[in-house]
Write a protein that binds this ligand. Structure first.
Ligand SMILES: [Fe+2]
Length: 501
C-alpha cells in the first residue's frame, strides 16, 4: 500500500495546525482530509473511506474522546492518533485505554508525528493482511473440507459397489451422494429400456412421483436423448454455448435452473442417465462437480454391468439345474415333464389372480426347481411302483430340504428358496419339512402346492389312473382348509386349469 493510496483525516479546531499537518502529510504522499470539529469528522467518516484519523482531544462541541468512542463503535480497526497538550496527558492515556493507537503531546515535532503515522499505517496494513490471510485460510479449509467430503463420498460408493450386489442400494446411494456433493435438491437415475430405446426413471429423490412415472426420454431424440448418445455431460452451460432449447418433457425433468446430466455407460454402451437438478439459486455446476459426478456415473455403470453379468450367470446356473431336473423326471414316465407342467399351471393361475410380473418370474423359476432335491434321492425310490417303506418315505420327504441345500450355496435367486423348502406344507400344519400352518406358509409356496397337486393327480401313477381335471379340482375342494389354503384353493378351482400334456 503506497502512501498515495492512504487517506488521513485530521481533526482540530486550530486552522493553523490543520494547515501545517496537511502540508507535512501531503509532502509524505498521504491524501489528507480535514475537519474543524468532531461532528464534521463523523460526517466525513460516513461519506468517505479513511485509513487513519488524527484528532485533537480538546475541541468545542464533540470532544476528541467522544469522537474516538464513536469511531471505535463503528469501526474497531480504524487507527486513531490523539493529540493533546501536556496538561491533559492523563486524558491521552485514557484514550489509549479506549482504543486509540497512540498519542502525541503538543507542541510536537513534525518528524515524530510522521513516525507515529507511519507506524500506525504499517500496523493497519499488517492487520488487514492478517485478516485477508485468515479469510483465505478459512476458504481453503472450507474447500479442503468439501474435497474430503467428496473423496469420502466416492470412497463410500466404491465400497458399496464392491461390497453389495443389490443394484437398488447402490443406485440409491449414488443419488444421495450426488445431492450431497452438489447441494442440489433433485436427482434421478433413468435406465435405458432395451426394447423401446427409452430412458425410464428407476430411482429418484426430490422429484414429483407422477412426473417420474410418466417421463420417457427417447435415445437419440431431443436435446438430452441426442446429447447423451455422444457420451458427454449436459448442463445449462452446454445449452447456452450450443444454442440448444429443451423440449417440454426435458424442461419438466431439469427445470429452469442449473442442472447436470451424466450418461451412464460401459464400454461405449449407454445404460442410463444420472440427472441432478434444482441447484441452489445462482449456483453454476463446477468442473470439479462434473468430475465427481462423472466418477459416480462410472460407478453406477459398473454396478449395472455387474448386475447384468450376475443375472446372466444366475440364469446359466438355473438353466443347468432345470436341465438336471428334466433329465431326472424323464427317467420315469409318470413324472416326465412334471416341473414344466407345474410351471405352466402356476404361471397361468398367477396371471389369473393378477400377480406382478416380478412375482410371476420368481414363481416360474421356483416351479422349475421345486423338486431339485430329488436328484440326491436314489432312483429305485423315485421309480418304485409299490408303496414306499417308512425309511424310503423319509428319504423322499427330505427332498425339499435337499433342494435348499443345493440352492443356498449357489447364492442364486434367493427368493425361490422358501418355495422350494415349503411346497409340501399343508394348511393344517401336517405337512413337511417345517409343519407350517395357514399364514406361516409362504404365499408362493401355497400356490406351487396347488399346481403341484393338480399335476400329480392328473398324471398317471402305477397304482392309479390319471384323474380328470374336474376330478382333481373336486379333490382339491374336498381338501380346502385341510391340505390347501381355502381362499387360494377356491380361486384355483375358479381358475379351472386345463390339463397340459
Ligand atoms: Fe415336491
Amino acid at each position: 500500500m503506497n502512501p498515495q493510496e492512504l487517506k488521513i483525516l485530521v481533526v482540530d479546531d486550530d486552522p493553523g495546525l490543520l494547515e501545517t499537518l496537511t502540508d507535512a502529510l501531503e509532502l509524505e504522499g498521504y491524501g489528507v482530509t480535514t475537519a474543524r470539529a468532531g461532528e464534521e469528522a463523523l460526517q466525513i467518516l460516513d461519506e468517505e473511506e479513511v485509513d487513519l484519523v488524527i484528532t485533537d482531544i480538546k475541541m468545542p462541541g464533540l470532544s476528541g474522546m467522544e469522537l474516538l468512542k464513536v469511531i471505535k463503535e463503528k469501526n474497531q480497526s480504524l487507527p486513531v492518533i490523539v493529540m493533546t497538550g501536556f496538561a491533559s496527558l492523563e486524558t491521552a492515556i485514557e484514550a489509549i485505554k479506549q482504543g486509540a493507537y497512540d498519542y502525541i503531546t503538543k507542541p510536537f515535532e513534525i518528524e515524530k508525528l510522521l513516525h507515529t503515522v507511519s507506524k500506525a499505517v504499517t500496523q493497519k496494513k499488517l492487520e488487514e493482511k492478517n485478516k485477508q490471510l485468515l479469510e483465505d485460510l478459512g476458504d481453503l479449509n472450507k474447500k479442503l473440507e468439501e474435497k474430503i467430503g467428496q473423496i469420502f463420498a466416492l470412497g463410500e460408493v466404491s465400497n458399496i459397489v464392491t461390497r453389495i450386489q443389490d443394484l437398488d442400494t447402490i443406485l440409491q446411494a449414488i443419488i444421495y451422494i450426488s445431492l450431497e456433493i452438489t447441494g442440489a435438491s433433485k436427482s434421478a437415475i433413468l435406465l435405458l429400456d432395451g426394447m423401446s430405446k427409452e430412458f425410464v426413471v428407476e430411482y429418484y429423490k426430490g422429484f414429483d412421483s407422477k412426473l417420474m412415472a410418466a417421463l420417457r426420454i427417447k435415445l437419440g431424440r431431443g436435446v438430452i436423448g441426442a446429447g447423451v448418445q455422444k457420451m458427454k455431460p449436459i448442463s445449462r452451460k452446454v445449452l447456452e454455448e450450443n444454442n440448444l432449447v429443451l423440449g417440454k418433457d426435458e424442461v419438466e425433468l431439469v427445470g429452469e435452473g442449473e442442472f447436470l446430466i451424466m450418461p451412464i455407460s460401459y464400454l461405449n454402451n449407454i445404460f442410463g442417465l444420472l440427472v441432478v437438478a434444482d441447484f441452489p439459486e445462482g449456483k453454476r455446476v463446477s468442473d470439479a462437480e462434473i468430475n465427481i459426478l462423472n466418477i459416480l456415473s462410472r460407478q453406477a455403470s459398473i454396478a449395472i454391468n455387474n448386475h447384468y453379468l450376475y443375472q446372466k450367470l444366475q440364469n446359466k446356473y438355473l438353466t443347468t439345474l432345470e436341465v438336471l431336473v428334466s433329465a431326472l423326471e424323464a427317467k420315469c414316465k409318470n413324472t416326465k415333464g412334471h416341473s414344466y407342467r407345474v410351471g405352466i399351471y402356476a404361471r397361468k393361475f398367477a396371471e389369473f389372480i393378477k400377480l406382478s410380473s416380478d412375482e410371476i418370474s420368481i414363481l416360474e423359476k421356483a416351479c422349475a426347481l421345486h423338486d431339485i432335491g430329488k436328484i440326491v434321492i436314489p432312483d429305485y425310490i423315485l421309480s418304485k411302483p409299490s408303496k414306499l417303506s417308512d425309511g424310503e418315505m423319509e428319504q423322499m420327504r427330505a427332498h425339499p430340504l435337499k433342494g435348499v441345500e443345493i440352492l443356498v450355496p449357489l447364492g442364486i435367486m434367493k427368493e425361490i428358496i422358501p418355495v422350494v423348502r415349503n411346497h409340501h406344507e399343508r394348511f393344517d400344519g401336517k405337512g413337511y419339512p417345517d409343519c407350517l400352518k395357514n399364514g406361516e406358509i409362504p404365499f408362493l409356496a401355497k400356490l406351487v402346492t396347488l399346481a403341484d397337486a393338480f399335476d400329480a393327480m392328473t398324471s398317471l401313477r402305477s397304482y392309479r389312473k390319471a384323474l380328470t381335471s374336474q376330478e382333481a379340482l373336486a379333490e382339491i375342494e374336498a381338501n380346502l382348509g385341510v391340505q390347501f389354503d381355502p381362499h387360494l384353493g377356491a380361486q384355483f378351482i375358479k381358475f379351472n386349469p386345463q390339463i397340459v400334456l
